[in-house]
Design a protein around this ligand. Sequence first.
Ligand SMILES: Cc1cc2nc3c(=O)[nH]c(=O)nc-3n(C[C@H](O)[C@H](O)[C@H](O)COP(=O)(O)OP(=O)(O)OC[C@H]3O[C@@H](n4cnc5c(N)ncnc54)[C@H](O)[C@@H]3O)c2cc1C
Length: 270
Amino acid sequence: MSAAENTTSFSLTRRPLELRRRRVAVRSVERLTPAYCRVVFGGADLAGFDSLGADDHLRIFFPPPGAPLPQPDGDELPAGLSSREYTPVSWDGVESLTLDFVLHGDGVASRWAEAAEPGDEVFLGGPRGSLVMDGAPAWWLLAGDLTALPAIRRHLAAVAPGTPVDVVLLSDDPADEQDLATPGALNLTWVHPADASQPGDVAPLLAALESLPVRDGEGFAFIAAEQSVVAPARGYLLARSIDLENAVVKGYWKRGDIAYHAPHGTAAAS
Ligand SMILES: Cc1cc2nc3c(=O)[nH]c(=O)nc-3n(C[C@H](O)[C@H](O)[C@H](O)COP(=O)(O)OP(=O)(O)OC[C@H]3O[C@@H](n4cnc5c(N)ncnc54)[C@H](O)[C@@H]3O)c2cc1C
């Protein structure tokens, strides 16, 4: 790496976005791997949709299984909807938006995505704020399970050409491995839990982090997976003298919790 690359720097700033409710309908559903499904939504309400930060999330409001989406009551969302958090993958700001769903079997959102068909409707809310990066990190570390793959794909697209980017991805089943694209110099490792371990077990991910090269300069780290990743991942970053203000570490779901809600902000606040 050149001296110039070593001294590149960046900052993370939180920016608010107007919170809008949108009624959208499924346009297409594509099973990318056995446990990973891509849903394209459409609708006039998507005009003006934007998402400034790679790890933004929006809230999807699902109707009860088998029921149509009710009409809102004035400005209020109808009662009886369940909501979950998902990452915008791509959008045209006019009438379409793509989201990716992990099919883990047991949950309102997972079951909805597994059965989704063109025409099915949901409400969307958000994103209500974004963590926006200005500048260029000297290196990137992106790690997580399949729920973090949409955010990791968005981060990968923002890496400056040739910049080192270490990626560790965890999937319970090797059949869910996917190709990734980036202008950066990609060092990609897929890991999978041992047979007897629980779904989403973060141990192999943490072990793989220990094997990554130590890189010079000011880098950006993003680590998101089952909630038990948070404390050891923060410890890992501190042991490598990585500034937690320059990092995002999040539990994207919590084993045994329904509709787990992660705190917002950098790793310094998580
Ligand atoms: C900021 C943010 C962005 C996110 N973006 C995405 C995204 O783009 N795509 C995506 O698929 N997920 C994403 N998630 C994770 C998603 O919100 C959770 O997995 C959510 O709990 C799924 O809802 P559910 O109704 O399917 O399950 P829930 O009803 O919430 O949970 C039911 C049961 O399933 C378990 N469970 C939940 N998720 C998983 C999982 N992934 N694997 C195994 N067990 C699970 C729970 O522990 C619980 O026991 C994101 C989370 C956050 C915080």
